[in-house]
Write a protein that binds this ligand. Structure first.
Ligand code: NAD
Length: 522
């Protein structure tokens, strides 16, 4: 199914979700504008590849220095359009990108080095095999609003160091962070055609898929991901899909309740719960359930909700009205089925247009909407389990498989459970922070997506692998060439030699095949 690419002349309006203040307006890029950007990127890519790794990394290093110098300024831009506290923008966006640059500066040489591929098959021993990693050309990135800087930036840096050029379509809700990324990269010496930002809504993203990009890295909701996968299939365009999550947190009876409850409150309310890796559902072993809920409620009540620009703020606003409505729907459905609102459960209209109180729900059942569909808001639903097997079953009973966490004083027990959970990442005694580990692959299974970003696996997504095979015996005809009639006995002898269980039959096979091949003419 092709996605509509005709684009109406619409405006993208960047607004502050805490106040509603309009920050800047842009004309939406239309399909022609998107295609022109991709054409420019295509034309610029060979030279960018040609400059070599050293010069590409010099740009990344300069970018890293500039970002570090301007971190407060960039964090404030992120806060102004995404709402999160400045401290959080520094921690979960800028630090993540600075460290991703550190990782790439350390790893890219080794990653792109031609890799010898020794052959185990005796028949092909006289060939030199190597793996060469080639850039796709132009990588398209379509990104969401919740981490408007770190998501596109980590993907962009990985695509750049491997010799790709890029066109980024950021979320229409948060274009300013993407433009800031571009301006830092240009100042660091990146040619402008190598990295371009096109601003627009869904149709601009759809136009990107139908342009000349070689691969698409998409981060966003499952529904959009499905539409993108369908559109990409008609072009056989390779895609990485980083989609939604419903991450479970399992708290075992031996967990430190104080530590685990602090982890749950942060994991559920960081970025006002609008993180793909948020703690979205919490399962607590029955005998510590009451103590755990009490601790979570008490800590949640202490959180300061407000404008992210205020240094005292812990939890900022949601991004927009639509997000609030989803949260309200999930909380109302849970309430109607018997859940108890222990704290929160309401809008905080006195603070501004998009504020919702951090909410803890108890007496939850696994069937409720709030345990099954992505809430993407500041809601922590908590329920019980009795055995490790039940916790694993409940965690895995989900359409999603992005991440999960297990909390226990017994690391071995935690890891044993972690191994049985179907999710791209499982953390023991922490949540969410895996996104900041530059070496760790990020991505999901099931409806949470396809492919990985970050770390070496993320680099692999930016290249295709060429196998280079060079025969060392250029003057020799190969025994597997025609005609079979002459060589079938030799082939049989060779198979006996290589795969025979006994030494005698193996040697007999080797002698037979050498003898027959010796007289070969064709
Ligand atoms: P979204 O799917 O609404 O939009 C994501 C991007 O896709 C935006 O840039 C949007 O303009 C674009 N888009 C919309 N329709 C399109 C179309 N038909 N063709 C091409 N592009 C189109 O998602 P969102 O609301 O911006 O982000 C929230 C979602 O993203 C949540 O579900 C969250 O879990 C997920 N997410 C996942 C990860 C991850 O790494 N797995 C990270 C962050 C967010």
């Amino acid at each position: 199914m092709a996605i509509e690419t005709k684009v109406a002349a619409r405006k993208v309006v960047a607004a502050n979700p805490a106040t509603g203040e309009v920050l800047r307006e842009f004309d939406c890029a239309d399909a022609t504008g998107v295609k022109e950007a991709v054409d420019r990127a295509l034309a610029a890519q060979p030279a960018w590849q040609e400059v070599g790794v050293r010069k590409r990394l010099a740009v990344i290093e300069k970018f890293q220095q500039l970002l570090n110098q301007r971190k407060q300024h960039v964090a404030r831009i992120i806060t102004s359009e995404a709402g999160k506290p400045v401290a959080e923008a520094l921690l979960t966006e800028i630090l993540v990108v600075l460290d991703a640059a550190r990782f790439l500066l350390q790893e890219t040489y080794g990653f792109l080095r031609e890799q010898p591929l020794p052959h185990g098959n005796l028949a092909t021993k006289a060939k030199s095999g190597r793996l060469i990693r080639e850039p796709y050309g132009v990588i398209g990135i379509i990104s969401p609003w919740n981490y408007p800087f770190s998501i596109p930036a980590t993907e962009t840096l990985a695509a750049l160091v491997t010799g790709n050029s890029l066109v980024l379509k950021p979320s229409e809700l948060t274009p300013l962070s993407a433009l800031e990324l571009a301006s830092l990269l240009y100042e660091a010496g990146l040619p402008e055609a190598v990295f371009q930002v096109v601003i627009g809504e869904g149709p601009a993203g759809a136009a990107l898929i139908e342009s000349g990009i070689g691969k698409l890295i998409f981060t966003g909701s499952v529904g959009t991901g499905q539409r993108i996968a369908q559109a990409a299939a008609t072009r056989l365009l390779p895609v990485v899909l980083e989609l939604g999550g419903k991450d479970p947190m399992i708290v075992l009876e031996d967990a430190d309740v104080d530590v685990a409850s602090s982890g749950a409150v942060w994991g559920a309310f960081v970025n006002a719960g609008q993180a793909c890796l948020s703690v979205e559902r919490c399962y607590v072993q029955r005998n510590i359930y009451d103590a755990f809920v009490v601790a979570c409620v008490e800590k949640t009540k202490r959180l300061r909700v407000g404008n992210g620009a205020d240094p005292a703020t812990d939890v900022g606003p949601l991004i927009r009205e639509r997000q609030l409505r989803t949260v309200e729907q999930h909380v109302a459905e849970a309430r109607s089925r018997g859940a108890r609102v222990m704290t929160g459960g309401e809008r905080l209209t006195s603070l501004g247009p998009n504020f919702y109180a951090p909410t803890v729900l108890a007496d939850i059942t696994h069937e409720m909407l709030v345990m099954r569909e992505e809430t993407f808001g500041p809601v922590l639903p908590i329920t019980t389990f009795d055995s490790d097997a039940e916790a694993i079953r409940l965690a895995n009973d989900s359409d999603y498989g992005l991440a999960a966490s297990v909390w226990t004083r017994d690391r071995m027990r935690g890891e044993k459970i972690a191994r049985q959970i179907k999710a791209g990442t499982v953390m023991v005694n922490d949540a969410v922070s895996c996104f900041g580990i530059s070496e760790a692959p990020h991505g999901g299974v099931k409806a949470s997506g396809i492919g990985r970003t970050h770390g070496r696996f993320g680099l692999e997504e930016m290249v295709w692998v060429k196998y280079l095979d060079s025969d060392l015996l250029s003057g020799t005809k190969k025994p597997w060439w025609y005609s079979y009639g002459d060589s079938s006995a030799a082939i049989e002898g060779f198979l006996d030699f290589q795969f025979a269980r006994g030494i005698t039959s193996g040697l007999r096979g080797a002698i037979r095949s050498l003898y027959l091949l010796h007289g070969r003419k064709l």
